[in-house]
Design a protein around this ligand. Sequence first.
Ligand SMILES: C[S@@+](CC[C@H](N)C(=O)[O-])C[C@H]1O[C@@H](n2cnc3c(N)ncnc32)[C@H](O)[C@@H]1O
Length: 209
Amino acid sequence: MAGGQKHWDDVYGARSEDALTWFEATPAVSLDLVRDHLQPGEPFIDIGVGASRLVDVLIDEGFGPLTVLDLSAAALAVSRQRLGPRADDVAWIEADITTWEPDRYYAVWHDRAVFHFLTAAEDRASYTRALSAALRPGGIAIIATFADDGPEKCSGLPIARYEPEDLARELARLLPGQFETIDARRHMHITPKGNRQSFQYSVFRKAVP
Ligand SMILES: C[S@@+](CC[C@H](N)C(=O)[O-])C[C@H]1O[C@@H](n2cnc3c(N)ncnc32)[C@H](O)[C@@H]1O
């Protein structure tokens, strides 16, 4: 797979978190959507958390249990260091989402800018297997990717761009009958250098058998 652990460890080792193109001082859209669907006491997981500050706000607002997962030990180290003692309020998983085997259910799954790196069909199939295994019936998946008019690369790697309908179609192909779209938003992210990146955020609910 393009963009393995070494790529991401080098990225997070080379630059401070607020210089990365995907940096958000406040992850406002993610927060809005998570607050809409997560109740305190319900388990939450952020896939490919990187150095995102979403988890900081969720701790402050009394959400939890919180889990974060990333391929990159360097990325997790940045987040741990920033959180300081509050890192103990979070479960940390260093894993590749395409091989990870969840051992519990989550109520809400959040992924900003990870699924779009999965340009190989078998990696998308593996991701959705993990998603299906990790999310409880009735659980919510929030998946943000570059939109159709977004950049063609991220962190120097090729990506796949999606409109919400494309993403819904891909999920339906890989996990027939399991997910329905319940919300979709567009968002123009402004990078630290002032460039515009068009994102889509889709919210899916897992069917209750
Ligand atoms: C563009 S960054 C986004 C980080 C974070 N979600 C945010 O919004 O700030 C992509 C992140 O996904 C992680 N990543 C890439 N491929 C992955 C994989 N196969 N499994 C787990 N994490 C992965 C990278 O290490 C990186 O932290």
